[in-house]
Design a protein around this ligand. Structure first.
Ligand code: C2E
Ligand code: CA
Ligand code: CA
Length: 511
């Protein structure tokens, strides 16, 4: 049955869709936050590298100034100029030692005075800067030497590696920083290294100075992006989870709506799955087919033919019964109208309606269109309204039934005997037929009390001059009893089961 088949697989899919619709915004938001964190860290390392470069440039300016002042003295006797060399060391905060060079040989040093050591200009990147692991005076500490030369003259000023690593440490703080000069680099811990700069795992940024021959690398260790997100984004995470829950709930609700009976019926109606079946109604005495009742079937693509009592309550509840009945009437007219000319007497066509049809006057137009599809006077349309669900007598319903009667539409009270309509009620709505409920017919020859009620109904209808139809006639005994008691019309399996249109048309030609 299509309205409550909920197999496990469908349920699994529904749960998966709900979980996905909840997870998707969370994962997407998470990815966006991750990218945002990476961008922030990139910006941070770029700024740090820029700051380190400008700090080093300031220090190198100071060191270069000392060399510039000493260069004119190169060539003079060391004894005459060694005080000038020492003065630079004393005056300048970053200068540790100074030397004078002649023909690529140091001949005078601020520390030793007269001194001899060959230098190799190739050791200086762009002839200007050299990062050294140590020298004779400080074998455990790196140093950076600035070289200035002009012809045979040269001046060197050295900067202690301690100052350099201090800058790397202080500016870097949470960022990893390294300084590269030529083939060597210095880490924040003051360690001297050979080779290319290290590659940091996160947000690596390298920046070369435009003024001196050095490069600074900045970055973060592995896992920094997560650490950053954990410390900066907790409120956003809560928001993401909130969105996830909202989105999951919406996904769940939308699915439930899509799975709801009324949604499924709407789909079925658009697909034309509700079709008419026809059950003959015969004359009491001649047993000639004098009409039919139109009974709805749901031709479900997976479940096959579905009985109306399984889906009509949902159709009524959702209000879809009105367009469904309209479609049923249109299909019936299309099938039976071509036979109009063969009907000798007006052919009764019974259509079941519900209280929902009586809320406005739309039914009038549906009935008018139905009648107009047939040759004039060839049919009589009977609207069957069940006694179990009688409508309120209001100005609107009176107007509706009056106009229906003007159109020539007849009213039958269905399942008569199971509800409690009064005589007044039958008169108010100008009822034309009573349809005796099949439960009374089934009791013929079985239950004396039911037979008594049946007899009373037949009597009543005769007094009120109402036509009478007995439903659910299955045996000749029932048929004979009803005919003997003057029941005008009979309906039941004895004469024909509800059948599809083409089969009914075919059978009709034989009756
Ligand atoms: P109903 O209007 O009382 O229709 C008569 C029901 O009795 C039909 O069941 C019919 O197949 C069944 N029936 C006819 N002869 C016999 C018989 O000899 N023995 C037995 N045991 N049953 C017989 P069906 O077609 O399953 O329809 C059930 C109910 O669904 C209908 O009862 C009616 O209330 C409702 N229904 C059917 N089509 C429509 C429709 O288009 N609109 C509305 N609103 N309700 C409909
Ligand atoms: Ca009926
Ligand atoms: Ca009935």
């Amino acid at each position: 049955m299509p309205l409550n088949v909920k197999n496990r697989r469908k349920r699994g899919v529904r749960i998966a869709v709900t979980v996905l619709s909840g997870l998707l915004p969370v994962l997407l938001g998470f990815a966006i936050l991750y990218m945002q964190a990476e961008r922030t860290l990139q910006q941070s390392t770029r700024l740090t590298a820029e700051e380190a470069v400008s700090q080093f440039e300031l220090m190198f300016d100071n060191t270069a100034e000392a060399a510039r002042e000493l260069l004119p003295l190169a060539g003079q006797r060391c004894n005459d100029v060694k005080l000038a060399l020492r003065e630079q060391v004393t005056r300048r905060p970053f200068v540790r030692s100074t030397n004078l060079v002649w023909d690529d040989s140091i001949y005078c040093s601020s520390l030793f005075g007269d001194y001899q050591e060959k230098i190799n200009a190739g050791d200086y990147t762009q002839g200007q800067l050299s990062l050294m692991k140590s020298n004779k005076v400080t074998p455990d500490s790196a140093l950076l030497v600035y070289r200035l030369s002009e012809g045979q003259r040269g001046a060197l000023s050295a900067l202690d590696g301690y100052h350099l690593s201090n800058v790397l440490r202080l500016i870097g703080r949470s960022t990893l920083l390294a300084l590269q000069v030529g083939p060597h680099w210095l880490a924040a811990d003051g360690q001297f290294h050979d080779g290319a700069l290290p590659l940091f795992a996160v947000a690596q940024n390298e920046l070369a100075s435009s003024r001196y021959a050095f490069t600074v690398a900045a970055g973060f260790p592995e896992g920094e992006t997560w650490r950053y997100m954990k410390s900066e984004y907790p409120p956003l995470f809560s928001l993401l989870i909130f969105f996830g829950v909202v989105s999951g709930t919406i996904g769940h609700v939308l699915q439930r709506r899509a799975m709801s009976p009324s949604h499924e019926m709407q789909r079925a109606m658009e697909a034309g799955e509700f079709i008419p079946f026809f059950q003959p109604v015969v004359h009491g005495d001649s047993k000639q087919w004098s009409g039919c009742e139109v009974l709805m079937r749901w031709n479900h693509p997976k479940e096959g033919l579905v009985r109306p009592d399984l889906f009509i309550p949902f159709a009524e509840y959702s209000g879809l019964i009105v367009p469904m009945t309209r479609s049923l009437m249109q299909q019936t007219a299309a099938l039976l109208a071509p036979l109009s000319s063969s009907f000798r007497e007006p052919f009764h066509i019974g259509i079941n309606i519900t209280a929902s049809h009586c809320k406005n006057l739309d039914l009038i137009e549906d009935c008018r269109a139905f009648i107009q599809a047939f040759a004039p006077g060839s049919i009589s349309l009977v609207l069957e309204l069940t006694e179990r669900e009688l409508i309120e007598p209001t100005a609107m319903t009176h107007q509706l039934f009056e106009q229906l009667h003007e159109l020539g539409v007849m009213i039958a009270i269905d399942d008569f005997g199971t509800g409690h309509s009064s005589l007044g009620y039958l008169r108010q709505f100008n009822v034309d037929f009573l349809k005796i409920d099949q439960s009374f017919v089934a009791m013929i020859g079985v239950d004396a009390l039911s037979r008594h009620i049946l007899d009373s109904i037949i009597e009543l209808s005769a007094k009120l001059d109402l036509g009478i139809v007995a439903e659910g006639v299955e045996t000749t005994e029932q048929s004979d009893y009803l005919t003997a008691h003057g029941v005008n019309f009979l309906q039941g399996y004895l004469f024909g089961r509800p059948m599809p249109g083409p089969e009914f048309i075919n059978a009709l030609s034989h009756h």
